[in-house]
Design a protein around this ligand. Structure first.
Ligand SMILES: [Mg+2]
Length: 270
């Protein structure tokens, strides 16, 4: 059992912490911006057999930017590219093609081609710790949690391989015990995803904190009965707008941990 402190004020005793990845542990905005731009570029090249009119190109780009959550300041932290899985982004892309007059089978096939082309390009130049670095203060916090005996896990809508490569690029395998990806069933934001991940780390949700940068993470945490839900504000150029948190973190240095042997009587075993 360990005590979490937010800006030096105790906020509760926990035995585990579930972390979101993009925009929480990882400064993912440049990587995701690059991914979104690559998909838009491929969409322009493939729409109408590669020969769209100028006005169609502008509309296509504008709709895809809106669908992904891109704006003049970068990525909207609550947008599809920031929060949703690859599959949901693919469906958003296909929906844009429907808005431009394609049938659903054509739209889905185009979206599939686009995503496969961008994935193939990424396989040739995979992301590294430089392109998807940790946010400042993450390493020190994870080390403190480990020292205090707190089990840490990642719950993300990235693929399992994406999460694993992020962990190995940043040498986090010793700090993160388990992962729950978009391929696990059910994926987040289903609260059963939290319950299943807690089961993997042999804790009850009430014994854990969950930290994320999206309301969908925080609502899911509450519905799952998580002990403490924390919103992380510093992962994007534009701070996320959060409403479902118990507490907000503005920098990882805000959060500290203290080993605490007292076990509150209200916690039950999983
Ligand atoms: Mg996130």
């Amino acid at each position: 059992m360990a005590q979490l402190l937010l800006r030096e004020i105790p906020i509760g005793a926990i035995q585990g912490v579930l972390f979101d990845k993009d925009g929480t542990l990882s400064h993912s905005e440049p990587h995701l911006l690059n991914l979104a731009k690559g998909r838009i570029e491929q969409a322009v090249q493939r729409f109408h057999g590669g020969h769209p009119k100028g006005s169609e190109i502008s509309r296509l780009k504008s709709l895809l930017c809106d669908a992904y959550g891109l704006n003049s300041q970068g990525i909207h932290p609550g947008g599809t590219i920031a929060v949703a899985s690859r599959h949901h982004n693919l469906i958003s892309t296909a929906t844009v093609f429907c808005l431009l007059g394609e049938s659903w089978p054509q739209a889905l096939a185009l979206a599939d081609e686009i995503f496969a082309a961008v994935d193939a390009r990424q396989d040739q130049a995979p992301s590294t710790a430089e392109t998807r670095p940790l946010l400042p203060g993450v390493i020190s916090l994870l080390q403190s949690l480990r020292t205090a005996g707190v089990i840490c896990a990642v719950i993300s809508n990235d693929t399992s391989s994406g999460i694993k490569s992020f962990l190995s690029q940043n040498n986090l395998h010793d700090s993160i015990t388990e992962i729950w990806s978009a391929e696990h069933q059910p994926a987040k934001p289903n609260p059963d995803a939290v319950k299943a991940l807690c089961k993997l780390i042999k804790l009850a949700p009430a014994q854990c904190a969950l930290i994320g940068d999206a309301d969908s993470d925080l609502q899911m945490a509450r519905q799952a009965g998580i002990g403490i839900s924390l919103g992380f504000m510093a992962g994007w150029n534009q701070p996320p707008i959060l409403t479902a948190h118990q507490h907000l973190i503005h920098h990882w240095d805000d959060l500290t941990v203290r080993a605490d042997t007292k076990i509150p009587h209200n916690f039950s075993s999983p």
